[in-house]
Design a protein around this ligand. Structure first.
Ligand SMILES: *Cc1c(COP(=O)(O)O)cnc(C)c1O
Length: 483
């Protein structure tokens, strides 16, 4: 048989432990009880009121160990028979089929899965690495800085900052952009207090923990936008300390866009002059959609902001996680260190950086351009309205923020359905993020399935939607009390 681990092969006990299961005579012992995947935890995040703690079960994903493809040792004659090659090819072919299937049924995460990078397949033979600073060539020559800087210049133009005034890099993801932006803020104001609305992405609070910063969690409106009245109250409580603010250009769950102008106004109204605050704009989700939406507040370095970040694998549609981070050059000098080993400057969070990602971004930007993105944004907003309207017509509570393509609705009662459509859920709500890869046909398939299954979740013929007014507002709720 191909790929069996020979009995004579000694496996060190530490490796066995690392796999999280102990193997005895070919039998795998059951998981210890404390890691069985249903864990009730206490959440204080969803209710507006801290002391309204709700117990809700978080259902973790399936245990991956039971479905893993084991790495197996080649046998002596493998090379001659070619059996191993054939076996590996079959594993990959099966995996590819499952990817096609899972890509088809994906609605919950804001990833644009519609792309064709066939022209770039030729580059997979190279170990492209942009370690160090994009603007300072290192001694490692197999890099793609020429593409990286081209992409950064494109974003600098979008966010209105001159080429000689910005600094930035292609990150590994939106999270890295947030970690970097908040770090820059902290380096500019070492004793600054971090303010972020409670609907901010978890990476913002992770940054606060990593950097051990004082963090004020600001309330949100029902739409998910930052509540500037609460923001002002919290600013006034910390008047003696500079302010570092995370502004959401599209929150993760509700797709809410914080009003940047109102945030700046609130800061000034609370007595914070421009030299006492730093604003990082988390545009992971809508950073690239917002510029193409009419009436949307503009993200621009002509305003007193310090940095903007966006994810490359979300709206833009990149097959590997990546992102873009842009800040002001003046800030980066405080943060960076020269590294002789690289013959470059270290101002990034990571060491080695994916040199393929900038080429994928460059490729898409060239193909679509501003006009192409605008068209796709229009399509997403149109399809999102279609989904919301149909949900409401079916008597299902749903909300869609004006500037957003994230449709929030009641959480389906069936975890299998949630997994099937790969919905993202929080508390009593779920969402679909309408990306360019989500067509009306796909939405119809989803809606038909939802409507059909919903009849079985509730009493047949008597569908009673639960109240989600605290999450989406009375006017959007479809429960008996609010409809
Ligand atoms: C997705 C997201 C992030 C994190 O981006 P990753 O690329 O997944 O690391 C940060 N902020 C918001 C608002 C997001 O939606």
């Amino acid at each position: 048989m191909v790929g069996s681990v020979g009995a004579e092969l000694e496996v060190s006990p530490s490796i066995v432990e690392m796999n999280g299961k102990v193997e005895t005579n070919g039998k795998v012992e059951p998981l210890p009880e404390e890691i069985v995947p249903v864990i009730p935890i206490v959440l204080a995040e969803n209710g507006a009121n801290e002391d309204q703690k709700v117990i809700r079960e978080i259902v973790l994903g399936r245990n991956v160990h039971t479905m893993s493809h084991a790495v197996t040792e080649p046998e002596a004659d493998d090379e001659i028979t070619g059996e191993r090659e054939a076996w590996m090819a079959s594993v990959l072919a099966k995996y590819r089929r499952s990817l096609i299937e899972r890509t088809k049924n994906h609605l919950g995460y804001p990833y644009n899965l519609d792309f064709d990078y066939g022209a770039l397949a030729q580059l997979q033979h190279f170990s492209i690495n942009n370690l160090g600073d994009p603007f300072i060539e290192s001694n490692y020559g197999v890099h793609s800085r020429q593409f990286e800087v081209g992409v950064l210049d494109w974003f600098a133009r979008l966010w209105e900052i001159e080429n000689h005034e910005y600094w930035g890099y292609i990150t590994n993801c939106g999270t890295e952009g947030n970690l970097h932006g908040i770090l820059v803020g902290r380096e500019v104001f070492p004793d600054g207090v971090l303010y972020a609305s409670r609907d901010s992405h978890y990476s913002v609070f992770k940054a606060a923990r990593m950097y051990r910063m004082d963090c004020e969690k600001v309330s949100t409106l029902i739409s998910g936008e930052i509540d500037c009245a609460d923001f002002k109250a919290k600013l006034l409580r910390n008047k003696d300390k500079p302010a570092i603010i995370n502004v959401n250009i599209g929150t993760t769950v509700k797709g809410a866009v914080d009003d940047l102008d109102l945030v700046i106004e609130t800061l000034k109204g609370a007595g914070f002059s421009e030299d006492r605050f730093y604003i990082h704009c988390d545009g992971a989700l809508f950073g690239l959609m917002m510029p193409f939406v009419k009436r949307a507040p503009k993200v621009s370095f002509k305003k007193p902001i310090g940095s903007v970040s966006v994810s490359g694998h979300k709206f833009i549609g990149c097959p590997m996680p990546c992102g873009v981070q842009i800040t002001r050059l003046e800030h980066i000098n405080a943060l960076s260190r020269n590294v002789e080993y690289l013959a470059s400057r270290d101002a990034t969070i990571m060491g080695s950086r994916n040199g393929h990602a900038p080429i994928f971004l460059w490729y898409t930007l060239n193909r679509k351009g501003y006009r192409g993105f605008q068209k796709e944004v229009q399509k997403c907003l149109r399809n999102a309205h279609y989904l919301k309207d149909r949900l409401r017509a079916e008597g299902i509570g749903a909300m869609l923020n004006e500037l957003s393509s994230t449709v929030v609705f009641e959480r389906p009662q069936d975890e299998e359905f949630i997994r099937q459509w790969q919905l993202a859920c929080q508390g009593s709500i779920a969402h679909v993020v309408v990306m360019p890869s989500v067509s009306v046909e796909k939405l119809d398939d989803f809606l038909n399935d939802l409507i059909e299954k919903r009849k079985t979740w509730f009493q047949v013929g008597k569908v009673q939607p639960s109240c989600i007014a605290v999450d989406i507002g009375n006017e959007n709720c479809a429960c008996p009390q609010h409809k």
